[in-house]
Design a protein around this ligand. Structure first.
Ligand code: NI
Length: 471
C-alpha cells in the first residue's frame, strides 16, 4: 500500500508541481500587472495637487492710473503675486525690486521633496502677495502689500505687511519723516503715538515701529507692530506738522480751500528785463508801513515785507493789506532773535510761530524767510522749510537814518537781479524809497517780489540762501 501510494504520490506530485508553477507564474504576472497599474495610478494621482486657496479679492485693489501686474506659477509651488504698475519707471523699478526680493525669500525657504511621498503627505508650497493702492492726491500714492507664505507640511503660514508711498511725478519714495515739516524738532512720533491711542498714553514705541504707513486723501494709516496693529490718523489735526507738499489734499480734483497754497508768482513778461526786488524788514510799523503801501500802490510797484511776527500780531490789518495789494509777506522770525545763537527749540519756535501767524493772516504759509541780522548757518538752513533770503544791496538805512545817503547807496550799486535791504520802521527810509522807485524805473528796472525773482531766475529749495539772482 505504501509503496503503491508512493508511486502514485510521485506521479501526482509531479503533475501538481507543474500546475502550481503555472499558477505562480500567472499570479506573478497578475501581481506585476496590478503593481504597475497601481504605480501608474499613483503617479497620475500625484500629478494632481490640491487646489490652493484663492487670494482674497479685497487685498487686490487698483486705483486710477495704477495698473496691476500678475505673476502666477502653478507647478511645484503655488505663487500668486499682484503688484502695481504706475506711469513712473523709477517707481516701477523700486516696486519690482521689492517683489523680486519677496519671491527670492520665499523660494529660498522651499525644502527639497522626498522622492516617494503620497500627494496628501507632501502638500504644496504657497506664496501669495496682494496689493492695495490708495491715493493722497494726483501724484502721491501708497501701496500696502500683504503677503502670505506657507511651506509644505506646515499647519499655518505666515503673513507679512509692507508699505510704500511714492510721488509719481518725481519717482521719489517717502519715508515717514518726509511727511513732516521738521521731524526732529516737532517730536512727530510722540504726537502720532498720542493721536493713535486717543490720549497721552505712555506707550513707548520705537521709531522703527512707524516704518509702515500709507496715505489716503485725509488719513495717515499706521501699521504698528502687534499688539498695537493698524490705526488711521486724520491728517487735519496734524496739518501744522506736515510738510508743505502734504498740506493741500485735492479732493475730487478741487483744491481744498482750507489748505490753501501760496499763489503762483507771475513771471509773465519778466524775460529779458532788468529785475530788482525791494525788501523791507522789521515791520509792520503802525503809520510808516501804510504810508509806504500808499506810495507803492500809486507807483504800481510790488515789494516784499519781511515782518517780525510779534509786530504782525500788533498790526494784522497792515499785513493783510500788504498781501491783498500784491506784495509778498515773508517771515523775519517772531521776536527778531539771532537764530544762530539760540537753542534748537527756540529756533524752531521763532520760525514756526511766525509762519503760523502769517498763515493765519494771509491764508497760506509764507514762502520765504529772512533770518534776523542776516545771521544764518547750517542749523538755520535745516530748520527752515523755505529759502532764506539775504540781500545784495545794504544801504545801512537803519544806521544813517539819512534819506539822501540811502538813496545814493542804492542807486550807486543797483544791478540786475539785486535784492535791496531796507527797513520800513524809519521815516527816512520811506522818504528814500519814494525817490529810489522812480529813479530805478527811469533806469529801466522792473520791480518784482522775491517769489517772482526766484521763479523767473531758476527757482529755489527750502534752506537755500539767496543774495541776488542776476540773469
Ligand atoms: Ni531785522
Amino acid at each position: 500500500m505504501p509503496k503503491k501510494r508512493d508511486t502514485r504520490k510521485k506521479n501526482t506530485n509531479a503533475a501538481a508541481k507543474a500546475k502550481l508553477r503555472k499558477k505562480r507564474i500567472a499570479l506573478e504576472i497578475l501581481a506585476v500587472g496590478v503593481g504597475l497599474a497601481v504605480l501608474a495610478l499613483a503617479w497620475a494621482y500625484s500629478r494632481q495637487m490640491p487646489t490652493p486657496p484663492a487670494i482674497p479679492a479685497a487685498s487686490v485693489l487698483a486705483i486710477e492710473d495704477v495698473g496691476l501686474e500678475l505673476i502666477a506659477q502653478r507647478d511645484t509651488s503655488y505663487i500668486t503675486v499682484y503688484y502695481p504698475k504706475t506711469n513712473s519707471a523709477q517707481v516701477n523699478r523700486v516696486v519690482k525690486l521689492f517683489v523680486d526680493e519677496q519671491l527670492a525669500h520665499f523660494r529660498a525657504g522651499v525644502q527639497p521633496r522626498a522622492r516617494f511621498t503620497l500627494p496628501h503627505q507632501r502638500g504644496y508650497d504657497e506664496f501669495t502677495l496682494g496689493v492695495e493702492a490708495t491715493r493722497f492726491d494726483d501724484d502721491i500714492v501708497s501701496f500696502v502689500f500683504r503677503g502670505f507664505t506657507r511651506y509644505a507640511g506646515e499647519e499655518a503660514g505666515r503673513g507679512s505687511l509692507d508699505t510704500m508711498t511714492f510721488d509719481l511725478s518725481t519717482g521719489t519714495q517717502y519715508a515717514l519723516e518726509a511727511l513732516f515739516l521738521k521731524p526732529e524738532t516737532d517730536g512727530h512720533l510722540k504726537t502720532l503715538t498720542t493721536l493713535a491711542f486717543g490720549g497721552p498714553e505712555e506707550t513707548a514705541l520705537a521709531p522703527e515701529s512707524f516704518a509702515r504707513f500709507a496715505l489716503d486723501g485725509d488719513t495717515l494709516r499706521l501699521f504698528l507692530p502687534p499688539p498695537a496693529q493698524g490705526v488711521g490718523i486724520p491728517l487735519a489735526p496734524l496739518r501744522q506738522l506736515l510738510a508743505r507738499r502734504l498740506r493741500a489734499p485735492i479732493r475730487g480734483g478741487v483744491l481744498d480751500p482750507a489748505y490753501a497754497l501760496p499763489p503762483e508768482p507771475d513771471v509773465s513778461g519778466l524775460e529779458g528785463k532788468k529785475l530788482v526786488a525791494l525788501t523791507f524788514d522789521d515791520g509792520p510799523h503802525g503809520t510808516l508801513t501804510p504810508r509806504l503801501l500808499d506810495f507803492l500802490k500809486e507807483q504800481g510797484v510790488h515789494a516784499t515785507f519781511f515782518v517780525v511776527g510779534s509786530s504782525a500780531a500788533l498790526y494784522p490789518d497792515i499785513v493783510r493789506r500788504a498781501a491783498a495789494e500784491g506784495h509778498q509777506v515773508g517771515s523775519h522770525s517772531y521776536t527778531h532773535k539771532d537764530l544762530t545763537k539760540v537753542s534748537a527749540q527756540t529756533r524752531g519756535e521763532e520760525i514756526e510761530r511766525s509762519a503760523a501767524l502769517l498763515e493765519e493772516l494771509i491764508g497760506y504759509r509764507p514762502t520765504v524767510m529772512r533770518p534776523p541780522y542776516g545771521a544764518q548757518n547750517a542749523a538755520v538752513q535745516n530748520a527752515s522749510d523755505v529759502p532764506l533770503i539775504l540781500w545784495s544791496i545794504d544801504p545801512r538805512d537803519w544806521e544813517t537814518r539819512n534819506a539822501d545817503k540811502t538813496y545814493t547807496r542804492v542807486m550807486a550799486n543797483a544791478r540786475d537781479g539785486d535784492i535791496v535791504l531796507m527797513h520800513d520802521i524809519h521815516a527816512q527810509t520811506i522818504d528814500a524809497a519814494m525817490r529810489v522807485v522812480p529813479a530805478l524805473k527811469a533806469e529801466g528796472y522792473t520791480f518784482v517780489t522775491i517769489d517772482q525773482l526766484i521763479a523767473a531766475r531758476g527757482g529755489a529749495q527750502a534752506g537755500d540762501v539767496i543774495y541776488n539772482r542776476p540773469a
